[in-house]
Design a protein around this ligand. Structure first.
Ligand code: SF4
Length: 214
């Protein structure tokens, strides 16, 4: 009997946990943070990389940005268990903060993003989603096209990627959290709107082959 998508994803996750392809990341990570949620969902969210909380807990989007994402998912009628959430890079990229002596987050390097495609590509291929929401610029550049411009291309539908029939870019919740006052309200609302549009698109396209409910 052939293995279910859930079983295959679990095997992929277990295999990824011992990955040591990125020398710098392996030195400081606590663990590999693989995607989580429902691997049979038609709707997938892809962020940048784990941060401190994710690195400790081994789950994607569990820090402050994750809490904001949960809040917005709830507002748009979605639950984490219904969707799949992952990152383009699965180990926490860090740099040493000279003044505090502590590690802080940094953006993943091009080589790290490239290395981690060995997990992202089969992960997305196994799920075969109808809609992908790229959270932030690095995920959008990796999935939609190189040099993606969030200011100009956010909220548009892209139908020519290899990963899903419909891909949209939205602000990363961590970016929204860096805003204040009216800018925070505006960027938060745009994130709500983009996620709501993605949910609607997944519902509208439900008749497509290989489509499963959330
Ligand atoms: S970031 Fe990805 S490719 Fe690099 S060590 Fe971690 S799991 Fe492996």
């Amino acid at each position: 009997m052939s293995k279910s998508v859930k079983e295959q994803m679990q095997e992929m996750k277990e295999e990824s946990l011992s990955c040591e392809d990125c020398e710098k990341l392996v030195r400081t990570r606590t663990q590999v943070v693989f995607g989580a949620g429902n691997p049979e969902s038609s709707l997938v969210f892809v962020g940048e990389a784990p941060g401190e909380n994710e690195d400790i807990q081994g789950k994607p989007f569990v820090g402050r940005a994750g809490q904001l994402l949960d809040e917005i998912l709830k507002e748009t009628g979605l639950l984490r268990d219904e969707i799949w959430i992952t990152n383009i890079v699965k180990c926490r990229p860090t740099k040493l903060n000279e003044s505090t002596g502590r590690l802080s987050n940094r953006a993943p390097l091009v080589g790290e993003i490239k290395n981690c495609q060995k997990w992202l590509e089969p992960e997305l291929s196994l799920i075969d989603p109808t809609v992908i929401v790229c959270l932030g610029g690095p995920a959008s550049s990796a999935i939609i096209h190189k040099g993606f411009k969030m200011t100009q291309e956010r909220g548009q539908w892209f139908t020519d990627t290899i990963y899903a029939p419909f891909v949209i870019a939205a602000y990363h919740p961590a970016y929204v959290l860096r805003m204040h006052g009216a800018s925070f309200d505006k960027s938060r609302q745009l994130l709500v709107d983009d996620i709501a549009a993605a949910k609607q698109k997944a519902i509208d396209e439900k008749g497509q082959p290989k489509m499963t409910l959330f």
